[in-house]
Design a binder for this molecule. Sequence first.
Ligand code: FEO
Length: 397
Amino acid sequence: MHCIKNISENLLWVGANDRRLAMFEGIYSVERGVSYNSYLLLGEKTALFDTVDKAVQGRFMENLSQGLGERKLDYLILQHIEPDHSYAVEAVVNNYPDITLVLSSKSWNMISQFFNLDNSVKHIIVKEGDTLSLGSYKLHFIMAPMVHWPEVMVTYEEKTKTLFSADAFGSFGALNGAIFADEVNFERDYFDEARRYYTNIVGKYGAQVQSLLNKASALDINMICPLHGFVWRKNLHEIIKPYTLWSKYEPEEQGVMIAYASVYGNTENAAEILASRLWEHGIKTVMFDVSVTPASEIIAAAFKWSHLVFASTTYNAGIFVTMEALIYDLVAHNIQNRTIALIENGSWVATSGKLMRDKLAVCKDIKFVGEVSIKSSVKAEKLEELNTLAKEIVNSF
Ligand code: FEO
């Protein structure tokens, strides 16, 4: 038997999980794996929503075959051409040659760039507001450009009030038997991975996510079926509300995230002293060594917390390598609306503070509240400056 899941009457999950992948998209560690969701709707006509990644194509094709039974496959709705969802399109077309692809014009242009598909494949180009009847089920297509690529669309099925949301509302982490978010303790066990997924995958495109949320708010939605992670059938606000915050770049929590880069532990010590003072003032503070913690986790934390502190040694007359990479990544992800303080260290000429400030200053709605410059290690007068920096941060809440 194969592993398919019943989502609701006539709707099946026929996706697959990958727990062997080291780095999703070559950059995001996924120690807990990742799911590639694909959904099969068995109306009078049958429709498959997206396919899966190359790594799990075999399992997916078995699941699809079992899900269909004796039925033929009429439509493949391609909502997103990124290969983690579209890789198996050739296999599906080859196995079900009567199939009709349903996709946006941008998707049609893009799909031939990735795969050997041409005009001989039956296809329907859809645009915003177009519909497709499967008999008793009716699909509405909603364009969602840049959530996460330009060709993306999502699909609303009006009878079941289901939103097939492509990458939106997804999460890292393989599905371990449960398919619905309400079957697990999502907040405790999965919410951090949902945040890490959102912020790193679509964090840059807050305005476009806002646009999709506005379109979704006009729909009566009972269930959300994303392409990664759990299906939402209850308490949809638990995932929609954080998406609203994240896409507006509003912090989830008031508190401080300190990210530091330290060669011999002295910059780390300055960061530890600051963290200690902040807690003494009652300010929640978290710390990351940027040379140890994957950037994707720190980016997620930067979207969570209201105040950010970057502490870096000076290295080759610049910012320490791992800190420079982190700040580049944060700026690329459009971090904004944050209060920032800086600590630099340098044994002869300290430059990292100014350089970090210059790089972060391009972000929108950034307020700098203080900076301390250390020469090699924290001495008594610097302890005072760190105490003052802590007070400046506290006063900025
Ligand atoms: Fe999960 Fe943008 O693909």
